[in-house]
Design a protein. Structure first.
Length: 416
């Protein structure tokens, strides 16, 4: 007799298949804007960043020490000091023959100087300066354009700007940048049982944590969020909300309503006003996830359970937003091997994202343990965890001591 569970799960598409479909069609938005460098953190470059100058813009000293012509040093005769070269206060003119110059780090190398010796390897006397170590021509001089050549590409288009990139751009003297405009994302939750955070709960109501969590993650991803609130289980209102969102946004994200309950209208309406590319995934939590296209905007329908919403956003919506935003260097999260110190409950049939706490034991081995109950309604598991324990689709229960794969949270879910 056929196993009904096996038949059911075989009809679900894998996470990788879903990602392939999700990223195959959408192109990056094309709108751009010019903004101040001071406002560019988290934005995506719309065009390559080209350096207008050489960096450094002139030959300069890498050390505090003495600069001279190597041909003037005979290995014993002191070189008189002709003057000083400081950062911002250069030595004027060409270095006289047979002399040296006191030079500080960052100072322009005077004309005629081809070598710098650090002060720790120099001996000062009334007669001048002698050197106590071996010397190589050209040592301790940072050459013009050694870091960045004028007219060279410093950063490609599609680069996300952060602390590693912005000071680099500042070193080029660029005060403004062309960046991709912010992705406009409309978000709403569906369900008569939902109440906005801060309002009193009525009979049978719960707080709408899903929209709150999605909005926070969207803001961390630099999106322009259009919050449409909680939409009741009314097909006419829901249809009007979709039409409004489609007219305003590049991407529409709903939470709830993509299951098969009597009041789950989202899929029904999408079949009427748009196209669903896929629905139902072989992952846990997060099976009822819909992706498709409205007239204008792309659409992601997230499950109603809080953990399922967060997992599907993290694993599927995050890379989609990177694609739509023009972030060409986005990479999927890396996975690492770890030994579980606690048993893990699982049934075969779906790829499982359990919340875990990973670290290194006294032997230097990566280990992980469960946060406890893994129900799709137990959102407190995220506040305890620092990673997903990713269990293969066909794997069953896992005993303590077995090796598993883990995926550390990135900035969307990390506490820091």
């Amino acid at each position: 007799m056929a196993n009904p569970t096996e038949s059911y799960t075989s009809s679900l598409i894998s996470l990788q298949e879903a990602l392939d479909k999700l990223l195959a069609t959408p192109a990056a938005i094309t709108g751009t804007e010019t903004i101040a460098l001071t406002d560019a953190a988290g934005r995506i470059t719309a065009t390559p960043v080209i350096s207008p100058i050489n960096v450094p813009p002139f030959d300069n000293s890498a050390m505090d020490g003495y600069g001279f012509r190597l041909s003037d040093w005979d290995g014993k005769t002191p070189l008189p000091v002709a003057g000083r070269a400081l950062a911002g206060v250069p030595f004027k003119g060409e270095l006289p023959a047979g002399q040296c110059v006191r030079i500080m780090t960052g100072a322009p190398v005077p004309k005629g100087v081809d070598t710098v010796v650090m002060q720790e390897e120099a001996k000062v006397s009334d007669a001048g300066i002698t050197f106590t170590a071996g010397i190589t021509a050209g040592q301790n001089i940072r050459r013009t354009g050694e870091d960045i050549a004028q007219h060279s590409e410093v950063l490609p288009a599609g680069t996300k700007l952060a602390a590693a990139q912005l000071p680099l751009i500042a070193s080029l003297g660029l005060a403004e940048l062309s960046v991709v405009r912010k992705l406009k994302v409309a978000v709403f939750s569906t369900g008569d049982e939902l109440q906005a955070v801060g309002q009193p709960l009525g009979d049978g109501q719960i707080y709408d944590t899903n929209r709150f969590a999605v909005r926070l993650m969207l803001e961390k991803l630099g999106c322009d969020v259009i919050d449409l609130g909680v939409i009741p289980d009314n097909p006419d209102i829901l249809r009007a909300t979709f039409e409004k969102a489609d007219a305003q946004a590049d991407l529409v994200i709903s939470s709830g309503g993509v299951s098969v309950g009597e009041a789950d209208y989202t899929k029904q309406i999408l079949d009427e006003i748009g196209k669903i590319n896929f629905w139902k995934l072989a992952i846990k939590p997060g099976k009822p996830f819909a992706f498709g296209k409205l007239n204008n905007a792309w659409f992601c329908g997230l499950p109603g359970n809080p953990v399922s919403t967060t997992v599907t956003f993290y694993e599927l919506v995050q890379p989609l937003i990177a694609r739509l935003s023009g972030f060409s260097q986005w990479q999927p999260p890396m996975r690492f091997k770890a030994v579980t110190t606690t048993p893990l409950k699982k049934s075969s049939g779906r790829l499982d994202f359990q919340r875990g706490i990973a670290g290194v034991n006294e032997s230097g081995q990566m280990v992980v343990k469960t946060t406890g109950d893994q129900g799709s309604h137990i959102f407190s598991s995220f506040s305890l965890a620092n990673c997903f324990i990713v269990l293969e689709r066909e794997r069953g229960a896992v005993a303590a001591g077995e090796t598993v794969e883990i995926e550390f949270f990135n900035h969307l879910l990390k506490n820091d």
